[in-house]
Design a protein around this ligand. Structure first.
Ligand SMILES: Nc1ncnc2c1ncn2[C@@H]1O[C@H](COP(=O)(O)OP(=O)(O)OP(=O)(O)O)[C@@H](O)[C@H]1O
Length: 465
């Protein structure tokens, strides 16, 4: 049996909106939360937009639609995503061959063109190749969801290895944690993001199932997760493989942040969410927490504190701020794990960032590098990865590189670029002095966090890293 991967340090620490001590920041957060509810750019927003479109389509066949009739402020819209899910389930059981948004009513060619033009961009690209699996298809594939087929467990789901009748190996993700409503929501969020994602370094979906639960069917990554190599008894990875993995993850993350149709922030970059193909090509998976950010937004504020301890950027747990730099911080933690062979949080809940910071500051490469590697690594590559990791886990987001800069840092020996970046850091350091991310503020916020959520002193130390 394959080793079962678990993410026990996964947390959902509940409402965090009162953490910020400033009233105006809170007001802004509440205002943004209100906007989030009507945000066309979130997965749910797009799904609502789709229903809006579908209703427009059907009414356009019956009567002249009034544009405002379907605006998001219409009270009927509030429960639409739920209606959508119900409709989907109903259609699904009728075994529609493809994802519902493509199943628009039959209309004339001219109307069809105007309908297509009205379909939100994301929905035009929903994969018609996705298969809709019945519950019995999935049971047959996974040997009735047997223990032997269980290959992973996360905070939201259990993942089973499966084999389709044509011999294709798949991973069946059964979203079975939380209430039925939460399962639906997680399912729609994940599917809403993954529909837009198409890159060699992101997980590939084969289909879905909505009968007797909610299921995502993904291509099987036969080497399992990077997490399973970093802990446990599997053979340790050599440096060439580690470097290939680092390069692939950085490309995948750059794609999500900058090159995908929408700006996607993953929010849960960690070793367990990096799958490895037979040839150790890394694929970012688990888009359950991912967020879309409209181009014009600098960042997003979240009201629910979700993610994995050990990978949180300080601005995220202190203020709920989500943007590219929160992913960059988690990517930095991941780099440190790959360099050192240590975990983001060890068995005694000590933070890797806290442990590594003094060594990074002293440029103590020998102290950082995984002893398993001995001297079997490319020193230039190692130096570049260490420098990049150090920058990515900077406490102040301004000092962290964007992913396109991280890739240059990881791949170039051009000292002038590195120096330019490091000079910018000096300026940012000055900014940091004036910023709210000073240690007193940080400790105050952490004490509040402790009071509100019974976080242990050890975790406070960890979070302060
Ligand atoms: N396509 C796949 N191929 C092989 N293994 C997979 C695949 N998808 C998931 N897994 C395994 O299952 C584990 C859990 O999957 P995933 O992270 O998607 O679940 P989750 O409940 O959303 O987790 P999390 O708590 O991180 O949100 C992964 O760490 C990995 O070990």
């Amino acid at each position: 049996m394959d080793a079962v991967s678990t993410s026990e340090s996964k947390v959902v620490v509940a409402e965090q909106k009162n953490l910020s001590s400033s009233a105006s920041a809170q007001d802004l957060r509440l205002f943004e939360m209100e906007h989030e509810k009507h945000d066309d750019s979130s997965p749910r927003g797009v799904i609502e937009a789709c229903i809006k479109n579908q209703e427009n389509v059907s009414s356009s066949l019956k009567a002249k639609p009034s544009g405002s009739q379907f605006c998001l402020s219409n009270p009927r819209m509030s429960s639409r995503w739920h209606k959508f899910f119900k409709m989907w389930k109903r259609n699904s059981i009728k075994r529609l061959p493809s994802f519902p948004p493509l199943a628009v009513p039959k209309i004339s060619r001219r109307k069809s063109r105007s309908v297509r033009e009205n379909v939100p961009a994301g929905f035009r690209d929903f994969k018609s190749s996705w298969k809709n699996f019945s519950l019995s298809d999935l049971k047959n594939a996974t040997n009735n969801f047997s223990e032997e087929n269980l290959i992973g467990k996360g905070g939201y789901a259990e993942v089973y290895k499966g084999c389709l009748p044509d011999g294709q190996l798949v991973a069946v993700k059964r979203l079975n944690k939380g209430t039925a409503g939460e399962q639906e929501q997680n399912f729609l969020c994940e599917i809403g993001i993954i529909a837009h994602v198409d890159h060699p370094n992101t997980a590939r979906m084969v289909g879905y199932g909505v009968e007797g639960g909610t299921y995502l069917v993904l291509q099987l990554s036969s080497q399992g997760s990077l997490g399973s190599f970093l802990r446990g008894s599997r053979d340790k990875l050599d440096w060439a493989t580690r470097y290939k993995i680092i390069f692939g993850i950085s490309n995948g993350l750059l794609y999500l942040h900058e090159n995908c149709q929408r700006r996607i922030i993953h929010r849960d970059i960690k070793a367990d969410n990096i799958l490895l193909t037979e040839d150790f090509v890394p694929q970012i998976c688990d888009f359950g927490l991912a967020k879309w950010l409209p181009k014009e937004w600098t960042h997003h504020n979240v009201c629910k504190f979700e993610g994995t301890f050990g990978y949180f950027a300080p601005e995220y747990f202190m203020h709920g701020i989500v943007d590219e730099k929160t992913d960059v911080f988690s990517f930095g933690v991941l780099l440190l794990e790959i360099i050192t062979g240590r975990q983001a949080l060890d068995d005694s809940q000590q933070s890797l960032v806290l442990w590594a910071k003094p060594l990074l500051d002293k440029h103590d490469e020998k102290g950082l590098i995984d002893p398993v590697l001995g001297d079997k690594y490319n020193p230039k590559e190692m130096e570049r990865v260490i420098t990049t990791a150090g920058l990515c886990v900077e406490q102040n987001p301004l000092m962290r590189p964007r992913m396109n800069q991280a890739i240059v840092l990881l791949t170039t020996d051009d000292d002038s670029y590195n120096q330019k970046f490091l000079r910018r850091r000096t300026y940012s350091e000055e900014l940091m002095d004036a910023s709210e991310y000073n240690s007193t503020k940080c400790l105050n916020d952490l004490k509040l966090l402790k009071l509100r959520h019974s976080v242990s002193d050890d975790n406070i130390k960890t979070l302060a890293a």
